[in-house]
Design a protein around this ligand. Structure first.
Ligand SMILES: C[S@@+](CC[C@H](N)C(=O)[O-])C[C@H]1O[C@@H](n2cnc3c(N)ncnc32)[C@H](O)[C@@H]1O
Length: 262
């Protein structure tokens, strides 16, 4: 169905309701279903700002074959850079380095003296990452932690160190990663979880895929968890942004959809 039509029909539906005397639905219920044309359009906009060395890394990653699907797309890289800048983050951690694209997006937005710990288990991919970090002058700013991410996390002090975390490693461990990251995140700090839509499979319940079942449970948990406020963004494969609330818990009655003032 052409996008203009589906969007138009949705708007018409809202108007019809109004003429029957019902309240208009909030405009935020509108959405634009992505198709290849619109997706290409927004990718082009991101590419226009991209760096030739980063584009070279994208090409080298693509040449790895189907595994290249693991890399974050350009618009997600832009979002990560923006979030890190907006937060004024100084210390960040990511779980899942792969060939280093998300690390570059995060590290480039850190101030001088800022640091990103980038965790992965597979040197085959991270040696590509390290090569490009050097070329981009980011080696000082990114510290690679090779090994199972859960062990790396548990070896860190259980203190509110980090401003920003990006979770993009093995999906089965996401809930454990969350519980290890939260005490290590400063109040007001942000965790961004990647692949929280699992290509839409999270909405099919019950899911036969164990990793999708974990993600589905984590989405539900985050939506109710009063230690964080958050939103699931339909960007790329779904990014859940969870901000640690500043004073312990969200008050009763304040949901994840309510802007928290704590
Ligand atoms: C989806 S990729 C990360 C993509 C990366 N963020 C990017 O932007 O290109 C997932 C990565 O997690 C790593 N990984 C899988 N299991 C892991 C574990 N238990 N501990 C640490 N890293 C793990 C894989 O080796 C892989 O490189």
């Amino acid at each position: 169905m052409p996008v203009e039509r589906s969007f138009g029909e949705l708007s018409l539906g809202l108007l019809k309701r109004a003429s029957y005397g019902f309240l208009l639905e909030p405009v935020s219920l509108r959405f634009v279903p992505l198709n290849q044309t619109i997706y290409g359009y927004l990718q082009d906009l991101c590419q226009a700002r991209s760096d030739p060395i980063v584009e070279e890394l994208r090409a080298e990653t693509l040449a790895l074959g189907p595994v290249s699907n693991m890399a974050i797309p350009r618009e997600e890289a832009s979002l990560l850079s923006l979030l890190v800048s907006l937060m004024g983050a100084k210390l960040a951690i990511e779980l899942g380095t792969f060939t280093g694209l998300s690390a570059i997006a995060i590290a480039r937005s850190l101030p001088p003296g800022g640091k990103l710990f980038s965790c992965d288990i597979e040197p085959r991919w991270t040696q590509i990452a390290v090569r490009y970090w050097e070329r981009l002058g980011l080696s000082e700013r990114i510290e690679l932690k090779l090994g199972p991410a859960l062990e790396t996390l548990r070896a860190l002090p259980r203190a509110p160190l980090f401003d920003f975390a990006f979770v993009d490693a093995d999906k089965e461990n996401y809930e454990l990663y969350y519980e290890e990251l939260l005490p290590r995140l400063r109040p007001g700090g942000l965790i961004a979880f990647d692949n929280m839509l699992r290509e839409g499979k999270v909405a099919e319940s019950p899911s036969s895929d164990p990793a999708t079942a974990v993600i589905h449970e984590l989405n539900r948990k985050l939506a109710q968890d009063r230690r964080v406020e958050g939103v699931l963004l339909p960007v790329a494969d779904g990014i859940y942004l969870a901000r640690k609330v500043s004073t312990g818990l969200l008050p009763e009655g304040v949901s994840c959809f309510t802007r928290a003032w704590v």
